[in-house]
Ligand binder design. Structure first.
Ligand SMILES: NC(=O)c1ccc[n+]([C@@H]2O[C@H](COP(=O)([O-])OP(=O)(O)OC[C@H]3O[C@@H](n4cnc5c(N)ncnc54)[C@H](O)[C@@H]3O)[C@@H](O)[C@H]2O)c1
Length: 274
């Protein structure tokens, strides 16, 4: 299905990341992947020792999980989407190394207003907290696409997917406040890009709202088991699994699928009840 196609997978932190399931499914369907992980790039400056240690550990975990799950021939690069130079350098290097992409997965999110599973009231969110979350979790979709197109890495007819959550449009039993706004922006960006890039070179852009999932680092940091149990009960089919998400992304990555500008639900039907 994905023979001779290569996809960029962002957002793998470890083997339980949602993006890892997508990467494995692409390979199972005959495609290839290149992966990016958060680490210390040549473009970081003034990092504290603590920040450097955090980023180094993150990148080592990422590399180790890629090696075990995808094999040691999979290309890995550092990507911090807060750094324009890092995004441009990545695209430039792909171009130089002859990497041509048929799509990419955006699986990146960060919100410092959620700490120890506690969500800061929106009224208390600072300008920096708001803009940082928006920058990393939403605007980065535009900029990754921008640089990949600038260096002719993203091929005509490609497919772009991002991972969203029902909170983009509804206040749920576990309100995310600041992150919900970034997810709403991510979805709107997907729709606008679907129009712009579809007309430009046939590129498709879709977003998938996924169930609550505690397995990943982001999930563990934000959810309680009781949240996952509630959404499981409220979903007619129970919570969707990471493999369900991977199957859907791969479907949207297929070259013969004329679907774009969609906000899909892979959530066991939670959206019709929640
Ligand atoms: N876990 C859930 O319940 C759930 C539900 C719906 C949607 N999602 C979304 O799925 C996506 C993947 O999340 P996950 O649950 O697999 O968690 P995860 O922690 O495995 O992935 C989040 C990724 O974002 C990356 N990231 C954060 N800041 C970055 C930056 N500045 N530059 C580059 N990368 C950065 C992290 O390194 C990590 O790889 C996110 O967009 C998340 O919001 C998760």
């Amino acid at each position: 299905m994905l023979q001779n196609k290569t996809f960029l997978i962002t957002g793998i932190a470890d083997n339980r990341s949602l993006a890892m399931y997508v990467a494995k499914e692409i390979i199972k369907q005959g495609g290839k992947v290149v992966c990016t992980g958060l680490g210390v790039s040549a473009f970081h400056s003034n990092l504290s020792d603590r920040a450097k240690a955090f980023l180094n550990t993150n990148f080592e975990d990422f590399k180790a999980s890629i090696k075990t799950e995808l094999g040691d021939t999979t290309r890995v690069d550092i990507l911090d989407v807060t750094l324009e130079e890092n995004m441009e350098d990545l695209a430039r290097n792909y171009e130089k190394d002859g990497i041509r992409l048929h799509g990419f997965l955006h699986a990146i999110a960060m919100d410092k207003t959620i700490r120890k599973k506690e969500v800061k009231p929106l009224l208390e969110v600072t300008r920096d907290e708001f803009c940082d979350t928006m920058d990393v979790s939403a605007y980065s979709l535009i900029r990754i696409a921008h640089y990949l197109l600038k260096y002719n890495v993203l091929q005509p007819g490609s497919s772009i997917c991002s991972i969203s959550y029902i909170a983009a449009s509804k206040v749920t039993f576990h309100p995310y406040r600041n992150m919900s706004i970034a997810k709403a922006a991510l979805e709107r960006i997907s729709v606008e890009l679907a129009d712009e890039l579809g007309r430009k070179n046939g590129t498709r852009v879709n977003a998938i709202r996924f169930s609550t999932y505690m397995g990943s680092k982001a999930g563990t940091a934000t959810l309680n088991q009781s949240d996952v149990d509630i959404s499981d009960r409220m979903s007619p089919l129970g919570n969707a699994h990471p493999q369900d998400l991977a199957t859907e992304v791969v479907h949207l990555f297929r070259p013969d699928v004329r679907i774009t500008g969609e906000i899909r639900h892979v959530d066991g039907g939670y959206h019709i009840t929640g």
